[in-house]
Ligand binder design. Structure first.
Ligand SMILES: NC(=O)C1=CN([C@@H]2O[C@H](COP(=O)(O)OP(=O)(O)OC[C@H]3O[C@@H](n4cnc5c(N)ncnc54)[C@H](O)[C@@H]3O)[C@@H](O)[C@H]2O)C=CC1
Ligand SMILES: C[C@H](O)[C@@H]1OC(=O)[C@H](O)[C@@H]1O
Length: 256
């Protein structure tokens, strides 16, 4: 097992990519702190995930706190220390992408997107890194960025800068935290079918167009990201830091 007895925190783990990552980490021997928004509607999914992780013989606990709150990282770390004795891996995955045109972008929507996707991530990464430094045994930090860190989206002008920001955060943190043996990497998913783009991809023409741009011939599934996250979390990538890993079925390189 690649993550035997490791303590892993994953934000936004109630569904989608975060959920798939939580389950794969548990299959690989980790105990998992499930970060979720705290909304009552997320709770049944969280309970089910805890049960699935326990059925795998691992432990899990949940912390309901909004990703955009600068104190949420501290709460996640406290839970990991209390329940599992520390933090070995921190996966910053929570995010939103409410599609909207640029010219009439509401200020509140812009600020909510940047707070949830980037500002909260900064403080959560800082909290996890300080705990890892105190422990003195290194660690792995992974930010779920996006192919959108590298390319634009006309209805995503509030979103793509947050994903570029996460990529940049991992690059700078790789330098700041390398001396403590803490590796920092960015994962860049392509188009993965989850709740975040359910409405957008309900447009059959758009869905088929996005799939047709993908050399591997299909859109991604949450499970497609689980293996790459475990790789970046584990000692299999012990000399990998400051890197970005595109997991997009080849969409980015498909010019013609
Ligand atoms: N699905 C896709 O095509 C892609 C997704 N991503 C990124 O992957 C990450 C996960 O997204 P998906 O699994 O696709 O979507 P999703 O909508 O299924 O999952 C998002 C998760 O973030 C949580 N979340 C949202 N707002 C939150 C808040 N304020 N506080 C705490 N948790 C909050 C949700 O509860 C959920 O668990 C996001 O950061 C997204 O930007 C990146 C590239 C492509
Ligand atoms: C939500 C979008 O479908 C998704 O988010 C991303 O980061 C990708 O670029 C996709 O556009």
């Amino acid at each position: 097992m690649l993550l035997n007895d490791k303590s892993v925190i994953i934000t936004g783990a109630s569904r989608g990519i975060g959920r798939a990552a939580a389950l794969e980490c548990a299959r690989q021997g980790a105990n998992v702190v499930i970060g979720y928004s705290g909304s009552a509607s997320s709770r049944p999914g969280v309970e089910e995930l805890i049960a699935e992780i326990e059925a795998l013989g691992r432990r899990a606990c949940a912390v309901g706190a909004p990703a955009g709150d600068p104190d949420t990282g501290d709460k996640l770390v406290e839970a990991a220390v209390e329940h599992f004795g520390g933090v070995d891996v921190f996966v910053n995955n929570a995010g939103i992408c409410p599609f909207h045109a640029f010219l009439d972008m509401p200020k509140e929507l812009y600020l909510e997107t940047v707070n949830t996707n980037l500002n909260g991530a900064f403080f959560a990464v800082q909290a996890a890194a300080n705990q890892m430094k105190r422990q003195g045994r290194g660690g792995a930090i992974i930010a779920v960025s996006s192919i959108s860190a590298l390319v634009g989206g006309g209805m995503q002008t509030h979103y793509t800068p947050t994903k570029a920001g996460l990529l940049s955060l991992m690059q700078s943190c790789a330098i700041a935290l390398g001396p403590y043996g803490i590796r920092c990497n960015a994962l860049l998913p392509g188009t993965i079918e989850t709740d975040i783009n359910k409405d957008d991809l309900a447009d059959v023409e758009k869905r088929e167009y996005m799939a047709s741009r993908t050399p591997l011939g299909r859109l991604g599934r949450p499970d497609d990201l689980a293996g790459p996250i475990v790789f970046l979390a584990s000692d299999m990538s012990q000399y990998v830091t400051g890197a970005s890993l595109l997991v997009d079925g080849g969409m980015f390189v498909n010019l013609q």
